[in-house]
Design a protein around this ligand. Structure first.
Ligand SMILES: [Zn+2]
Length: 297
């Protein structure tokens, strides 16, 4: 682990977080993210000069207020920047412990984290996850896996494991294997979530999950592989339970967006894939044996 690089990833995360704040504000309001190119105060429209726009720093230097009209700036801005900065730095530290992870894995995971943070804050406020975040990334993820097939076999397990875990079935064509696996992963994670959503809608007689959540999981499948995507999908309700308890305590009744829970679960399985994946495979094997026993009778 390199201290300077860790700090560099923290700074990169803060800068990316600053851009995410722009996306979180503008995308659900159908505004362009690069026009106007500079950030502006949502109240008086005053454009920020560069020294008022330094991630993390300016927020505190300005004392949470717009220099022009004195509008109180939301804590969300500094929260998004801090969260992105910390996750990027932690991810860099984590990736260093995985021998099978090349730089392309680190990059892909950084992009995925950024997309999940933007989706989380937009979904929490507007109950939508914009397609412009999820669909292009699902497609780009499939292509990216052609260059870095280890993304599809969980990079935490190293070079040897990639061969034993299935990419070898494409022979020496590991790149083609990564590309095909990613396309299959997108289809499986999207299909499973879509199917369960349809069943849920039938049972509860109202929309169980947004179609945006299905597309979010397609993006996750493209970059984490379908197994980790399904793990994240089944871990997400536990975050939902925590949200529900908080609602019971604060006695605030509101509809629950599902995107933030999927995002939190995805980041959890990304960081702890070496703990999650073997358990998932054992569990799946046990379930398969159980079905065989029942069918064998
Ligand atoms: Zn202002």
């Amino acid at each position: 682990m390199n201290t300077i690089l860790t700090f560099w990833f923290f700074a990169l995360g803060a800068a990316v977080g600053s851009f995410l704040n722009v996306c979180i504000y503008r995308l659900p309001r159908d505004k362009s993210v690069n026009d106007p190119p500079r950030s502006f105060c949502p109240s008086c429209g005053h454009q920020l000069s560069w020294f008022d726009n330094i991630p993390l720093v300016s927020f505190f230097l300005l004392g949470r207020c717009c220099r022009h009209c004195g509008l109180l700036i939301s804590w969300r801005y500094v929260l998004v920047e801090t969260l992105t900065a910390c996750l990027f730095a932690l991810l860099y530290i984590r990736c260093n412990t995985w021998e099978g992870a090349r730089w392309g894995v680190l990059m892909a995971y950084c992009v995925l984290i950024a997309a999940l943070i933007a989706s989380t804050f937009i979904d929490a406020e507007f109950f939508i996850i914009p397609d412009i975040i999820t669909l292009p990334l699902a497609l780009a993820g499939i292509l990216w896996c052609g260059f870095f097939p280890e993304l599809q076999t969980a990079p935490a397990f190293g070079e040897q494991a990639h061969i034993s875990r299935g990419l070898a079935m494409y022979g020496r064509q590991a790149n083609l294997g990564g590309f095909i696996s990613a396309a299959i992963s997108v289809a499986i994670s999207g299909g499973v979530v879509y199917g369960l959503r349809a069943i849920g809608t039938l049972i509860f007689k109202r929309e169980a999950m947004g179609i945006g959540d299905v597309k979010l999981m397609m993006m996750v499948g493209a970059l984490l592989g379908w197994k980790l995507a399904i793990c994240a999908f089944f871990i997400a309700p536990f975050f939902g339970v925590m949200f529900g308890i908080r609602q019971l305590i604060t006695r605030k009744q509101s509809e629950m967006p599902y995107g933030p829970h999927l995002a939190a679960a995805t980041i959890l399985v990304m960081f702890f894939q070496d703990a999650v994946l073997p358990r998932f495979e054992n569990y799946a094997r046990a379930m398969a044996q159980l079905f065989q026993m029942i069918a064998g009778r």
